[in-house]
Design a protein around this ligand. Structure first.
Ligand SMILES: Cc1cc2nc3c(=O)[nH]c(=O)nc-3n(C[C@H](O)[C@H](O)[C@H](O)COP(=O)(O)OP(=O)(O)OC[C@H]3O[C@@H](n4cnc5c(N)ncnc54)[C@H](O)[C@@H]3O)c2cc1C
Ligand SMILES: Cc1cc2nc3c(=O)[nH]c(=O)nc-3n(C[C@H](O)[C@H](O)[C@H](O)COP(=O)(O)O)c2cc1C
Length: 782
């Protein structure tokens, strides 16, 4: 078998090693355009988990790599004169040059041919090769040559960065966030061998321009960075090696295989340097390729297995990298945060590290985070314990004169079980159980302001006395038996109206008994849905009056709070999104115009709703569709409602158009809440695939939302908050009838939590840094 490998970086060399071990008879040649030790950059970083993989796949190179490595356990965050350190991270650094020399030596030892200064410009020269591995890096010539086939997408990110080195020793992965006269600069730094550290500097394009970095030579920009970070570098110089400022290209390719040619490493996909995974991905690609080839009958089958089996892992890493890079791109959102909360945000930015996880690793740090959170609550006039505070989820919050006793919220959820809009016994039990379950605030399902405002025949309404009486019964029960506050969500279905019950076909038009539907523009939801009537002024006035009448009834029912539903493609959302609003009057066109009608309704409701009671608005912060609402638009929308007197923005997403492409995942809508909260400076509630109290605490402590709503988790677990409170040692209200149950769960949770944490600690293998520290520790004198 003949294998040609284009590119002698980590991906190409490691693939050569593993394939040669697997097929000693194979003729494997690596073509590298540079000289053997002619490499860019300084250090690379691997996690302990990646090193475990290397140990398994090629012990000799693993041993040599780890002999050369610098280990560290801590991440240190420097911000506004403070430093916060968090241990237990298990990372290692190594010089890129040394890594490549080790891999070259090992490849040679196994009989791989390495050809240097061999720039490959045409793969036709490998006509007799059975396999061509394309590992030619981020600017892959061959990916571009066959771009029609591989279909790469290159997303050139806005921030500028450069890679430098220093002689400064570091004992932690170090992030330094530095305010300058031009704007914020960030250093990502780590040691990779004795007396050598990598320094990646990053800044936003405006700060870059203001600092005059454009056009500076490598040395001049190193001097500028040394001025900014000199207080930390002390007398250590910054070193350069092709240290140009550039923009990071996030690359994804639809296909990785073409005939007998396969893309590996940066050539096929990149991951932002802030999660230090570029070299890891490259070498793990090589592992995946070798695994796939090991059992393959043909090259074609092996490559298909590689492409199929590896994609999910790569996309997961890229997603984590994406989330992380976005955090760094928007660091200004957090610039006025308390330093400990800022550091918590840095640590938890990519979702893998959470509040609970940090509590185990760095309890003092989390205790400080809790204290800072409690201090903010105290500053708002609450008499909370700041010395030994409860977790953020159990801290109270005030909106106008309404106090919620904790930050867990039951999200609005249609039950599709009303008769002529009247909530019945099911609703009483449903809302009652969830109030008793301990949530600080609960929302009603979307309650419709008129008969033809309903989504389905099963939706609740608030346009007549019977409905008002039924809602009053529910509100009275909630107030009489729990500490929960209850908010009424009012909405109008718009073009998604006259549709079937959820379990009969979500959003599908009713076959019989439908009613005329309205929308901003006459665009049906499904091609076979009813074509809505474009609202004229008379219809707009009528619907506005319905919202006001329902508001007054809601107040008479005793609701504590009112939410206007402007999300999910319903009537008011249809005005806001350019995908559903094609009007040419004053209510169409610019975002300001599209917001006009929802704001008119909001203002009319606000005037009818008592001034001491709060109001929120639910928005879709993105349509997840080309040409639709984006996170930046959501900030404008939130600001506009903020100016109109909204107290809370309930940040949801999507459901505007059928062909949307949402990116689901844990807490997938939280980044939009974070953006709206910290750019528009309004209080937000986030929602969406948040399933654990740990996530709730993580979101709150990092300042990504003020309240956290859970929908589906509450469907199956009305007592979500009560159980979480027992776990975290906080107290929540519970009716006297249920006190024995509460006492038991509180007692058991203390023990259960202790046991689980103990197991987690025992199950966690020691990091290499810990093992190394133990091995080098002098024996205690007897
Ligand atoms: C500024 C910067 C900072 C980074 N920081 C880190 C970090 O801290 N940690 C980390 O893990 N990763 C980091 N990376 C990423 C890391 O360098 C890459 O992800 C990793 O090297 C990818 O390995 P690769 O083998 O796919 O590509 P590369 O390492 O780029 O190797 C590709 C090789 O192909 C050769 N080549 C290209 N074209 C041809 C051709 N036509 N003919 C012959 N040879 C060719 C090149 O000379 C090169 O040697 C960083 C990258 C950059 C740009
Ligand atoms: C059965 C069901 C009904 C829903 N009804 C409403 C509703 O009436 N109003 C609304 O704004 N959102 C509604 N939603 C959306 C939820 O409030 C929530 O945003 C969504 O389920 C995502 O949160 P989760 O992942 O915690 O479930 C509904 C969701 C479900 C599952």
């Amino acid at each position: 078998m003949r294998i040609a490998i284009i590119g002698g970086g980590p991906a190409g060399l490691y693939a050569a090693i593993l394939l040669k071990k697997q097929r000693p008879q194979a003729e494997i040649t690596v073509y590298e355009r540079n000289r053997p030790d002619d490499t860019f950059g300084f250090g690379v970083v691997f996690s302990d988990a990646t090193l475990d993989n290397f140990e398994k796949y090629d012990p000799p190179s693993y041993r040599r790599i780890t002999e050369e490595f610098a280990y560290w356990d801590d991440i240190a965050v420097h911000f506004r004169g403070t430093v916060h350190r968090v241990g237990g991270n298990g990372f290692c650094g190594c010089s890129r040059r040394m890594l490549l020399l080790i891999l070259q030596e090992r490849a040679r030892e196994l009989g791989v041919t390495l050809l240097f200064e061999a720039d490959v410009d045409d793969e036709a020269r490998f006509g007799d090769a059975d396999l061509i591995v394309v590992a030619d890096g981020i600017n892959s010539r061959f990916r571009e040559k066959y771009a029609d086939h591989f279909q790469p997408e290159v997303d050139l990110r806005a921030n500028k960065f450069t890679w430098m080195g220093s002689t400064k020793p570091l004992d932690a992965f170090t992030f330094i966030f530095e305010e300058t006269e031009w704007g914020p600069f960030i250093a990502h730094a780590y040691q990779y061998e004795a007396g050598r550290s990598t320094w990646i500097f990053e800044t936003d394009p405006d700060t870059f321009a203001r600092a005059g970095l454009e056009g500076l030579s490598e040395q001049e920009s190193a001097d500028r960075m040394a001025e900014i970070f000199g207080w930390f570098l002390k007398d250590h110089p910054l070193l350069t090696n092709r240290s140009m400022w550039r923009n990071f290209p996030m690359i994804r390719s639809k296909r990785w295989v073409k005939d007998n040619m396969v893309l590996l490493g940066d050539a096929k996909a990149t991951a932002h340097f802030s999660i230090g995974s570029g070299t890891k991905l490259a070498m793990e690609d090589a592992i995946a390729l070798a695994d796939a080839m090991a059992h393959a009958v043909t090259v074609e089958a092996g490559l298909a297995t590689y492409e199929h089996g590896r994609r999910e892992e790569v996309e997961k890493t890229q997603h984590a990298a994406d989330v992380s890079l976005v955090w760094f791109e928007h660091v200004d959102r957090f610039w006025d945060f308390d330093p400990v909360q800022f550091a918590f945000g840095v640590m938890t930015r990519a979702k893998a590290i959470t509040y609970d996880n940090l509590t185990l690793r760095a309890p003092d740090f989390v205790a400080e985070v809790d204290k800072a959170f409690a201090a903010q609550v105290r500053a708002k006039g609450f008499d909370v314990d700041t010395a030994k505070p409860v977790a953020p989820m159990f801290q109270p919050m005030r909106l106008r004169e309404m106090t919620v006793v904790n930050r867990a919220v039951v999200s609005p959820m249609c039950m599709y079980s009303a008769k002529e809009g009247v909530p019945g016994d099911f609703h009483l039990v449903h809302y009652g159980a969830r109030a008793i379950g301990g949530a600080g605030l609960m929302f009603t399902e979307m309650t419709c302001v008129g008969r033809d405002a309903r989504i389905t025949p099963g939706c609740t309404g608030l346009w007549n006395d019977a409905q008002q009486a039924a809602w009053t019964r529910i509100v009275d029960f909630v107030h009489g038996n729990s500490a929960a506050k209850i908010a009424l969500q009012l909405g109008h279905a718009g073009r998604k109206g006259a549709t079937k019950l959820m379990w009969d076909g979500m959003d599908r038009p009713l076959e019989q008994g439908g009613w005329e539907v309205l929308s901003a523009s006459p665009i049906p939801y499904f091609p076979d849905s009813q074509v809505p009537r474009e609202m004229d002024r008379a219809a707009m006035e009528r619907v506005k009056a319905e919202f006001v009448a329902a508001t007054e009834r809601g107040n008479a029912c005793g609701f504590d709070m009112l939410e206007l539903h402007c999300a999910h493609g319903y009537l008011l959302a249809s005005f806001i999104s350019p995908l559903t609003n094609k009007r040419t009057d004053a209510y169409g066109g610019s975002l300001q115009n599209r917001l006009r009608y929802p704001l008119e309704i909001f203002a009319a409701m606000r005037a009818a709703w008592p001034a001491h009671k709060p109001m929120s608005v639910r928005i879709s912060a993105t349509d997840w569709a080309e040409g639709g609402i984006t996170g930046d638009d959501a900030v404008v929308v939130a600001r506009a409602f903020g100016e109109a007197g909204v107290d809370l923005v309930d940040v949801s997403t999507g459901q505007t158009v059928r062909d949307a492409q949402p990116i689901y995942g844990r807490m997938f809508q939280t980044p939009f809440s974070e953006q709206v909260r910290n750019e528009a400076r309004v209080a937000t509630m986030c929602v969406g695939n948040i399933t654990t109290a740990d996530q709730v605490n993580t979101i709150l402590a990092a300042g990504r939302a003020d309240l956290v709503a859970l929908g589906r988790p509450h469907l199956v677990d009305p007592s979500f908050t009560l159980k979480a409170a027992a776990w975290y040692g906080a107290d929540v209200d519970c009716p006297p009838q249920y006190l024995p149950g509460k006492e038991q769960i509180v007692r058991n949770s203390v023990r259960d939590r202790h046991d689980v944490e103990d197991l987690k600690i025992k199950a966690k293998p020691k990091t290499r840094a810990e093992l190394k520290a133990e091995a080098t520790k002098p024996l205690a004198a007897e």
